[in-house]
Design a protein around this ligand. Sequence first.
Ligand code: UD1
Length: 422
Amino acid sequence: MQRSTQKFLIVGGNCLKGMVKVNGSKNASLPILAGTLLCAGTVKVNNVPQLQDIKNMKDVLSYLGAQVTCDGKDIIVDGSKIQSLEISEDLMRRMRASNLVLGPLLSRFGFVKISYPGGCNIGSRPMNLHLKGLKAMGAEIKEKFGYITATTESGLKGAEIHLDVPSVGATENLMMAATLAKGTTVLRNTAKEPEVEDLQKFLNSMGAKISGAGTDSITIEGVDELKPAEHTVIPDRIEAGTYMIAAAVTKSDITLSNVIAEHLKPLIAKLKETGVEITINDDNVRVSGVERPKAVDIKTMPYPGFPTDMQPQMMALLTIAEGTSVITETIFENRFKHVAELRRMGADIQLEGNTAIVRGVPSLTGAYVEASDLRAGAALALAAMAAEDGTVLDSIEHIDRGYERIEKQYNSLGARIIRVSS
Ligand code: UD1
């Protein structure tokens, strides 16, 4: 097997202390950056995290002909001279979220061709709901040789669309497609995630007429064009949640700043159930771990349920809890790849279909483990920080997709993590 070039060496057992600032949200930034393509002018997006996934999206925008300039965490996109409406397989394969350009390009130019993003490590992740919605708005869709081509001769038209499941990506893609459609679109059974609300806020700042994001029905009144605007991205609730679990799993006391606690309610409720103490003070959240957390049951659900993106990290915590926890994954069919790696570290986990039965052990031991995807990697780093000795965590490029130099953040709090190249 080919090994990746970078690894983390993690010395476990260190207590964390201090304050960490949460970055802007990756999952809010990605659709917003795709949404800049709806405007034939200059749009500024502030507080964008500096991550591999964001770089991939900037590459997609540049490839299409947009002018992308960065000033630290602020990104300026000038979409006045789009030259291409096709995205190559190579670019699409780098990141699934590239599919979010489908709605904006089709809506503004009447044509788009992208390579099918395909499956990924956590599940098959189809696009049927995105395509069904676009068809309902009058698009002609062809799927051939692994490419999706969407065309509309006389522009998209408003429609009533009911999503079979509240897909985040389909909600965002269809919202963007509908902004420049003729007439009114009503999306039902929509995703209620905070990132969808942030996208609505961004699109409305450019002159779109959208209401209802954050509920299960979104109404979009089509407008002729969108205008230049500036938007600041919300804080990353998954990054914040990961740091909260870092405090819990290492029995430490840390404070996070730049947090919207409202977005973290499902995680806060579960952490409190384990006995972890959480104090909220405006946009600061203090997390104080306990000697041994109590076991809790988790079922992942669309927002405001417990997020699937926090399931692996929560599992890492529950491996050392007192008692047995039952974790049910209902969103993705293959999101338990971290289980085998956690077992290598001494965790007692039994898998039964989409359920993991986690019998808490007093402590974990260091091991050689490998990240299979972004959040699985984050979970293994947490387990390694709690373990009694050293861990080698391989394939950390997955972690870099979603966390900005996570070892720097953890080390500033007292962890001992070294990034090594080989
Ligand atoms: C987004 C997040 C991802 C998170 C996920 C669920 C971004 C960039 N990514 O991914 O981190 O884990 O939401 O909270 O925001 N589905 C279909 N047909 C479709 C689309 C989706 O059946 O056309 C299904 C999927 O297989 C999955 C469920 O819907 O079972 C949820 O997926 P979705 O909400 O679309 O996830 P993403 O938007 O890809």
